[in-house]
Design a protein around this ligand. Structure first.
Ligand code: ADP
Ligand code: MG
Length: 459
């Protein structure tokens, strides 16, 4: 392997962790370093569409990641390489043929006769989806859709939230469960980029009828990452008509997105208002406890034996993203398999350091929590630490206790120390109080999620 290949392979390894599978496969699978000119790296991509898209959307993370493996780099240029285009063309053809002859036992086919065929991952089920306060609403909505697909109040169902929080998992769980429950129903799942690419191809090849037939005959349409419609007027138009055709026939539509319908940039108002017309449910970041529960369940799934203490270390270090949690577990497993060792605190801390190079900013400390809490409630940070007992300060203080415990796993005595030398029983009382009422009290839930949003988005 040449040096360029080695560098690029490491970069791709990192991008894979940071991006959704669909994004990674669509944009990065067929790329490579063509040349390194002193501090500038030329990356070859298969077509102009990829060139523009990577430049627009992924340039920053590509550059950052390159810096990790080639510190001299200051610039990246993307060049269309005809050689790569040929590779892509070659790969697509055998893929299509293969789909007609073999069945991969790991993927469930949901359409047999069409070239638009997509596979749904059978491992994304409700059974292995951990529910906590951060995703409870979305989970309940998904279950309700399976029970009564197409019901007006939940049609469309629109999930939104940050990267790696389980949107794709839940979307596909709906598909899997519906196929199990109603095997005759036609479930169509597609990442939105796929829909967009197919639309362009259908125009080029004058095959719009086929595309329409495929999507408009769905009983359940599951579209992942709908924000990809942004700025694509033609695709939006086509999706609008698809949406209407299905909706009028009371067929269920479920979409995921990284933002609320009205916050998707460059999208036609008539579309975003349609997306808003059923139920909109969000995914927030999982709290410390749920992160531990998720890790435990994944360890069981993967057969990794690991102590609660180590689980808690991982849950403390990786705070906002479930995909990242899983990535760390996979690395631990790979390392332990390779060297025949047991997971240890040292190994875990090394792996976490490696995989959080670009996430180091997501490391939240006690002072930041206090700062965000103070800001949110418009009180002084020092008041939170003081003996002051006005209603707003006491409430802010309890929220701070809770977040110090849940988000960074501080012990009760340590929280007492941070909060101006309070007794650990006072802290325990405060933490438990918030814990007990946060799920039934909407205002507290809201305060918590707004503060967390600030914590994670500024980091
Ligand atoms: P998103 O689509 O929001 O970016 P994914 O659905 O791809 O996130 O989730 C990332 C990874 O985390 C997947 O491997 C998924 O199985 C796992 N995951 C997400 N949420 C949960 C959950 N609640 N319980 C168990 N695993 C989860
Ligand atoms: Mg996703």
């Amino acid at each position: 392997m040449s040096n360029n290949e080695k560098i690029w392979e490491s970069v791709l390894g990192e991008l894979k962790l940071l991006l959704s599978e669909a994004n990674f496969n669509t944009w990065f699978k067929e790329t490579k370093i063509i040349n390194i000119e002193k501090d500038k790296i030329i990356v070859g991509v298969p077509h102009t569409f990829a060139q523009e898209w990577i430049q627009q959307k992924f340039h920053k993370i590509v550059l950052e990641s390159l810096k990790n493996h080639y510190p001299e780099v200051t610039g990246v240029e993307y060049q269309v390489s005809t050689h790569l285009r040929e590779i892509v063309a070659h790969k697509i053809e055998p893929e299509l043929q293969k789909n007609h002859t073999h069945t991969n036992p790991n993927t469930k086919k949901i359409e047999h006769s069409s070239k638009y065929e997509t596979t749904i991952n059978p491992n994304y089920t409700f059974d292995n989806f951990i529910v906590g306060s951060f995703n409870r609403l979305s989970y309940a909505a998904a279950k309700a859709v399976v029970k009564k697909p197409g019901e007006a109040i939940r049609n469309p169902l629109y999930f939104y939230g940050g990267v790696g929080l389980g949107k794709t998992h839940l979307l596909q769980a709906i598909g899997n469960e519906i196929l199990k429950k109603y095997p005759k129903k036609r479930v169509v799942y597609a990442p939105c980029e796929k829909f967009a690419n197919e639309y362009i191809q259908a125009i080029q090849k004058q095959e719009m009828d086929k595309l329409k037939a495929y999507y408009r005959n769905a009983d359940i349409l599951l579209i992942d990452d709908i924000q990809f419609l942004s700025g694509k007027e033609g695709t939006q138009e086509e999706f609008f008509h698809t949406f209407n055709a299905l909706h009028q026939g009371n067929r269920q539509i479920v979409m995921t997105s990284d933002s609320r319908p009205d916050m998707i940039p460059k999208i036609a108002e008539r579309l975003s208002s349609r997306f808003n017309g059923g139920m909109v449910a969000d995914f927030q970041s999982p709290d410390f406890e749920t992160r531990q529960a998720i890790l435990k369940s994944k360890c069981e799934e993967k057969g990794l034996i690991i102590s609660d203490e180590l689980i808690s270390d991982i849950a403390q270090a990786i705070q906002s993203n479930i995909r990242e949690l899983e990535g760390v577990l996979n690395k631990i497993i790979a390392h332990c398999d390779l060297y025949g060792v047991e997971p240890s605190a040292k190994l875990i801390s090394t792996i976490i350091k490696q995989s959080t190079v670009k996430q180091k900013n997501v490391h939240i400390n006690a002072d930041e929590i206090l700062m965000r809490v103070a800001e949110h409630f418009s009180v002084e940070k020092n008041d939170i630490k003081s003996k002051k007992r006005t209603k707003d300060v006491s409430y802010a203080r309890q929220i701070a206790m809770f977040l110090l415990r849940e988000e960074i796993g501080y012990s009760h005595p340590k929280i007492g120390e941070v909060l101006g030398g309070r007794d650990h029983t006072t802290i325990m009382h405060g933490v438990n109080k918030i814990k007990e009422i946060k799920d039934s009290d909407d205002l507290i839930g809201r305060d918590l999620s707004l503060i967390k949003e600030q914590l994670y988005s500024f980091n």
